[in-house]
Write a protein that binds this ligand. Structure first.
Ligand SMILES: C[S@@+](CC[C@H](N)C(=O)[O-])C[C@H]1O[C@@H](n2cnc3c(N)ncnc32)[C@H](O)[C@@H]1O
Length: 171
């Protein structure tokens, strides 16, 4: 089930985006966060969505024709950003199902976040409240805390199926 508009709004709330930076989205799916991100972007700010599934990728290109989507894995984000000569990454918004990703992919994604995020930049993802204390969810937070310092749950969104917590790390 796609994330709700409430969760999409919370994922974008408070991000510092300027006309001289870029924002990257991992795993846009059918685009609920994409819609909020594109609406929040100031003019001149660049957007890149990275989606692994070919059908979702085609759907995104049709639905948001002005936005840039790569049919690729988030583990390729640093190279995709460099190839496009995009400005510094001010935010990464992530819809990846971290709990079910193989550890090698999780590690690859965290490495890319570390290489991409500019000083002052923010990484956002969500975790479902019912799974918040499961081993995989905790392991991901721990890995992120080691790289970026302690993350915060900046919003609990009950109007989402299932209810979710928005996790945020700022460099
Ligand atoms: C749980 S869905 C979330 C979709 C959307 N962001 C939302 O919240 O409704 C996860 C998305 O991540 C994509 N995905 C999974 N692994 C990926 C990877 N390694 N790189 C990029 N996208 C990936 C899936 O195809 C799917 O679209």
């Amino acid at each position: 089930m796609p994330s709700s508009p409430r969760l999409a709004a919370a994922m974008v709330q408070g991000l510092k985006l300027t006309s001289t930076g870029s924002v990257i989205e991992f795993g846009p799916g059918t685009g609920p966060f994409t819609r909020s991100l594109l609406a929040a972007q100031p003019s001149g700010s660049r957007y890149l969505g990275i989606e692994l599934d070919p059908d979702f990728h085609a759907y995104l290109e049709q639905t948001f024709p002005a936005a840039d989507f790569a049919h690729a894995s988030a583990t390729e984000a640093f190279d995709l950003h460099a190839q496009r000569q995009m400005p510094p990454t001010q935010a990464i918004v992530c819809g990846l199902p971290f709990a079910s990703l193989p550890v090698a992919v999780q590690d690859g994604v965290v490495t890319n976040i570390d290489r991409l995020l500019a000083a002052g930049g923010t990484f956002r993802t969500f975790q479902y409240l019912h799974a918040f204390n499961m081993a995989n969810a905790k392991a991901f937070r721990h890995r992120m805390d080691q790289v970026f310092g302690p993350g915060q749950c900046v919003a609990k969104v009950l109007r989402n199926v299932p209810p979710a917590c928005v996790m945020s790390w700022t460099r």
